[in-house]
Design a protein around this ligand. Structure first.
Ligand code: ADE
Length: 267
């Protein structure tokens, strides 16, 4: 680890979706640098297990919370207030999607993805800002999106939702600059994380194609995403707000995703 070991000493961070994958890696990285952490996700049992592991690195509280439900997010804010008394960093990482061509996405599927990724991110951001960042006159939000700079064929719903989050980031960064709150995005490309094995075979084949297509010749690692979050969350980036940091091995400039999606479908 190349950051100072006390970089986040006395800082409190909430990582939504911190139970697994990229969110877990972000929580881990923050704890290693001295932060106090809270994680949430929908299901209590696996969340408790993750928090138990993470607690070996430092203080880690957890609370089950569906970010699509404002009342549950309010309760999460109250819990953070009673446990830690403040909040310095919100990492909006919770989200989800499923691979599907646009024509096969049902109304329900579409709404679920928009609701979690876009609406949920807005609810958590506004509620945590009202409870903590605005009254403290300090705060930091890092939104985990995805590289959808050239569209996201094969996952149009999440591309649209994440593009919404990126634009929301620009609005909130401007509205809340006066309260000393910075808001930025991290846009991962294809990352090897614990969720990857859940994909069906054609999607795994697509991932192999994407690896070959990547200009660095590989997928990204969870730590590489976490390191970008650490930078945006720390004073090292104190004059940076409203922006997006890609952690994608150049995919936002180069990848030919539609050709790859078609290739896998017809093979
Ligand atoms: N992770 C994925 N979906 C979520 C949700 N709705 N609430 C909290 N964590 C989540």
């Amino acid at each position: 680890m190349m950051y100072a070991a006390n970089l986040f000493e006395d800082k409190v961070a909430l990582v939504t979706g911190g139970r697994s994958g990229i969110g877990y890696g972000i929580a881990e990285a923050l704890l290693k640098l001295g932060a106090k952490v809270a994680i949430c996700s929908r299901k209590e049992a696996p969340l408790a297990e993750a928090a138990e592991q993470l607690s070996k690195l430092g203080p880690c509280r957890y609370q089950a919370c569906d970010i699509r439900d404002g009342a549950q997010v309010e309760r999460l804010a109250e819990r953070i207030k009673s446990e830690y008394g403040r909040l310095d960093l919100l990492v909006n990482n919770a989200g989800g999607q499923f691979p599907s061509l646009a024509r096969a996405i049902s109304d329900n599927g579409w709404n679920a993805v928009i609701n979690t990724n876009l609406n949920g991110t807005f609810y958590v951001s506004r509620i945590m800002a009202e409870h903590f960042f605005i009254p403290q006159a300090s705060g930091n939000i890092v939104n985990i999106i995805v590289n959808m700079a050239r569209g996201f064929p094969g996952m149009a719903h999440t591309g649209a939702a994440r593009a919404g989050v990126e634009n929301l980031t620009k609005s909130l960064a401007q509205e809340w600059a006066t309260y000393n709150v910075r808001v930025n995005c991290v846009a991962p490309g294809t990352i090897i994380s614990s969720g990857l094995h859940t994909y069906a075979e054609p999607v795994k084949a697509l991932l192999e194609e994407m690896k070959a297509d990547n200009l660095m010749g590989r997928h990204g690692r969870v730590e590489e995403v976490a390191n970008a979050v650490l930078f945006l969350a720390s004073p090292l980036s104190s004059y940076t707000s409203g922006t997006t940091l890609y952690v994608d091995g150049l995919d936002h400039l180069h990848s030919d995703r539609m050709r790859l999606v078609n290739g896998v479908r017809s093979s």
